[in-house]
Design a binder for this molecule. Structure first.
Ligand code: NAG
Ligand code: NAG
Ligand code: NAG
Ligand code: NAG
Length: 330
């Protein structure tokens, strides 16, 4: 009797475990899940991580570069590695993607993975893992990256118009995120990724000199920060010069970016506008912790929003392939 009781308890326990496992799988959505390659390529995460780390050690710009690249991949054709494809009129040749960096990191990791488990790991997954590793390397949070994406077959420059732009209003930014299943909190959180990295003068110097129809700079820029930016980007100066997106902390993944938004020290107009809209402003305030219990913790929410983003229009099964090299379809 006792034995039977124990057995049925154990059985119930395993049934519950199975159920829980199913729930976890469903909550990842789209068929991706952490540890997808546990049996087929157990070293995938450590190989990607060490590759990103070695490139990062010689060039810090790799970290924001890979984070941005993953984002730009996901918004166009879903997270399917379409950004990585070389050729005339592919996504990477389009205006918004011209300054992305880190393609060689993905190619390097792929080459090493092909040596240990050929034909198994998708380029889209390598990019998703590399983006997470980049955040960790700059002092940010870690999170479990669901894997199991297939690589896409299509990459067209003309598809990149739905990428958010540095002049987009909050309404437009919100609508572009909504079209990908991401809400206003995801928007503010993922824009918070601008806590690392740089932009070029050409993308914001229009704010510094003749912004409004009456002339003069963008009035939302803090006056001392305005002179800093004007010194860095003189009128008719070198538009390729790089300036940190998070003044004072461009190499560290932290939440000072949100304090900069509050203080009129955002570099891009689209970032500063998040402080001018009631909905996004209140989310920024919650990251700054001035609403007590309503506070949001950036290091927790960032991983959550990244997982949501990394599941945008994922291709699984025979919707895609595992590329042999990341820069070309098989
Ligand atoms: C400022 O911009 C306005 C409108 O685009 C233009 O008419 C004017 O000539 C510009 N002024 C300067 C000083 O560039
Ligand atoms: C940040 O902005 C302040 C105020 O304008 C300026 O003094 C400082 O040099 C800036 N820091 C960086 C790293 O650009
Ligand atoms: C403009 O700035 C870029 C990036 O800093 C630099 O590589 C380039 O040489 C500069 N061009 C000129 C004409 O100074
Ligand atoms: C935004 O908030 C302010 C102050 O709480 C309020 O006066 C204004 O009507 C709000 N604007 C919108 C569009 O909701």
């Amino acid at each position: 009797m006792g034995l039977y009781f124990n057995q049925s308890l154990i059985l119930t326990f395993f049934l519950l475990l199975l159920l829980a496992a199913n729930l976890v799988t469903f909550s990842q959505g789209q068929g991706t899940r952490p540890g997808f390659y546990a049996r087929s390529c157990a070293r995938v995460e450590s190989i990607v991580q060490s590759t990103v780390k070695s490139h990062f050690n010689s060039n810090r710009a790799i970290a924001p570069g890979l984070l941005r690249m993953h984002f730009h991949d996901c918004f166009v054709q879903g997270c399917d590695g379409s950004i990585l494809i070389d050729g005339a009129d592919t996504e990477k040749t389009a205006g918004p993607n011209l300054l992305l960096r880190g393609y060689e990191v993905i190619d390097d990791a792929k080459q090493q993975l092909e040596a240990v488990c050929p034909g198994v790991v998708s380029c889209a997954d390598i990019l998703a893992l590399a983006a997470r590793d980049s955040v960790v390397l700059t002092g940010g949070p870690s999170w479990a990256v669901p894997t199991g994406r297939k690589d896409g077959l299509v990459s067209l420059a003309s598809d990149t118009s739905n990428l958010p732009s540095f002049t987009d209003s909050v309404a437009t930014q919100t609508q572009k995120f909504q079209a990908k299943g991401l809400n206003a909190q995801d928007l503010v959180t993922l824009v918070g990724g601008h806590t690392i990295g740089t932009t070029a003068c050409q993308f914001f110097s229009y704010r510094l000199y003749n912004f409004t129809s009456i002339g003069g700079p963008d009035p939302s820029i803090d006056s001392s920060f305005l002179s800093t930016l004007q010194t860095l980007c003189p009128q008719n100066g070198n538009g390729s010069r790089r300036v940190g997106l998070d003044n004072g902390s461009e190499n560290r993944f932290d939440n000072s970016f949100f304090a900069n938004l509050r203080d009129g020290r955002a570099v891009l107009e689209s970032d500063q506008m998040l402080w001018n809209d009631n909905t996004t402003k209140s989310l920024v305030q919650r990251y700054l912790g001035i609403r007590g219990l309503l506070g949001l913790t950036f290091s927790v929410e960032f991983g959550r929003s990244m997982v949501k983003m990394s599941n945008i229009e994922v291709k699984t099964g025979n919707q895609g392939q595992i590329r042999n090299v990341c820069s070309a379809v098989n």
